[in-house]
Design a protein around this ligand. Structure first.
Ligand code: LIP
Length: 290
C-alpha cells in the first residue's frame, strides 16, 4: 500500500516537482526549438482532426527516457505511448504536447504537461492511474512559445514562473470569463455547441484557447474565472489540476463526481458551484447519439 501521506512528504514532493519541471522544460525546448518548418500530420487517432505530429512522438520519447534516468522505478502514462507500470507507487502522467492542433498551426498556446501521481486503487486493479482515484503529488505545465511555466507540489502551493498563485474570490457567473474546449467527434461537438449556445448569454464571455492544461493554469493565474470541458484525457489535466488546487481553486465533475473525461470544471469554489449547477441543468455530460 502506498501511503499518499508518506509519498506527499514535503521533501519528496519538492523532489518530484523539480523532476517534473526539468523534464517538461527539456521536452518543451525540443518541441519549440526543433519544430520543423514543414511540420505535418504524422498520424490521426479518433478522427481526421485528432492529429499527432512527429514532435508529439519525439517529445514523449524524450520525457520517457529522461524520467527513466531520474526515476527508474516509477511508472509512466503518456498520451502517445500508453501505460507502463512501475514499482515505486509513483506514476508520471505526461502530455508531450497539449494543444497539438495549435502547435501544428504555429499558434503559441500549447504546453508540455508532466505530473507525478499515486493511485493505489489503480495499482490494485492493475490499470493505469485515473483522475477519480489518483492523488496528484507534483506537476509542471511548461509553455515555451508563450514563455510561461507553472509548477505545483501537494501542500506546497502553485507558482507561475516562480510567482505564488492564489485565486481571487469569484465574480458572479454573469460576469465570469469562461474557458472551454471541444472534442474531436461530430456527435460530441454538436452537443457541446448546444451547451455553449445556452451558456454564452449567461456569462461575461467565452474563450477557447485549445490547450486544456493552459486553460486550467489560466484559472489559477486569473486569465480565466472558470473553465469547463467534456472529454479531457488524464494527461490533459493531471498537472494543471494540481496547479488550480494549490492556488486555492476547486476542480470537480458533475453530479458529485470527480473531474475527469465526463466533465472537468475548475475555478474558485463558489464559481464552480454555480457553473456545475448550470451544466447539470443543461445535461452537459451527455453526447448526441450520432
Ligand atoms: C487538447 C486539449 C483541449 C481540447 C482539444 C484537445 P491535445 O489536447 O488540451 O482542451 O479542447 O480537443 O483534446 O489533443 O492537443 O493533447
Amino acid at each position: 500500500m502506498t501511503d499518499p501521506r508518506t509519498l506527499a512528504a514535503p521533501a519528496l514532493v519538492d523532489d518530484l516537482v523539480a523532476v517534473a519541471e526539468e523534464v517538461a522544460r527539456r521536452a518543451g525546448t525540443l518541441a519549440h526549438e526543433g519544430r520543423p518548418a514543414d511540420l505535418g500530420v504524422a498520424a490521426t487517432k479518433t478522427s481526421a482532426v485528432d492529429v499527432v505530429t512527429a514532435m508529439d512522438l519525439a517529445s514523449e520519447e524524450l520525457l520517457r527516457s529522461r524520467l527513466a534516468e531520474l526515476r527508474p522505478d516509477d511508472g509512466v502514462l503518456g498520451e502517445e505511448g500508453g501505460h507502463r507500470a512501475g514499482t515505486s507507487g509513483v506514476t508520471w502522467v505526461v502530455d508531450p504536447i497539449d494543444g497539438t492542433v495549435n502547435y501544428l498551426y504555429g499558434i503559441p498556446a500549447w504546453s508540455v504537461s508532466v505530473a507525478a501521481v499515486v493511485d493505489d486503487d489503480a495499482a490494485a486493479r492493475g490499470t493505469a492511474p485515473s483522475p477519480d482515484t489518483w492523488t496528484v503529488l507534483a506537476g509542471c505545465v511548461h509553455a515555451p512559445a508563450e514563455g510561461r511555466t507553472y509548477t505545483a507540489a501537494r501542500g506546497r502551493g502553485a507558482h507561475a514562473d516562480g510567482r505564488p498563485l492564489r485565486l481571487a474570490p469569484p465574480p458572479p457567473l454573469e460576469l465570469s470569463l469562461v474557458g472551454t474546449g471541444f472534442g474531436y467527434l461530430a456527435a460530441r461537438r454538436r452537443a457541446q455547441a448546444r451547451v455553449l449556445t445556452e451558456l454564452l448569454p449567461r456569462v461575461r464571455d467565452i474563450r477557447r484557447a485549445g490547450s486544456a492544461a493552459l486553460d486550467l493554469c489560466g484559472v489559477a493565474d486569473g486569465r480565466l474565472d472558470l473553465y469547463y470541458e467534456r472529454g479531457l484525457q488524464p494527461w490533459d489535466m493531471a498537472a494543471a489540476s494540481l496547479v488550480v488546487l494549490e492556488a486555492g481553486g476547486a476542480v470537480r465533475g458533475l453530479r458529485g463526481a470527480a473531474a475527469g473525461p465526463a466533465m472537468t470544471v475548475a475555478g474558485a469554489p463558489g464559481g464552480v458551484d454555480a457553473l456545475v449547477a448550470l451544466l447539470e441543468e443543461l445535461g452537459a455530460d451527455v453526447d448526441d447519439a450520432t
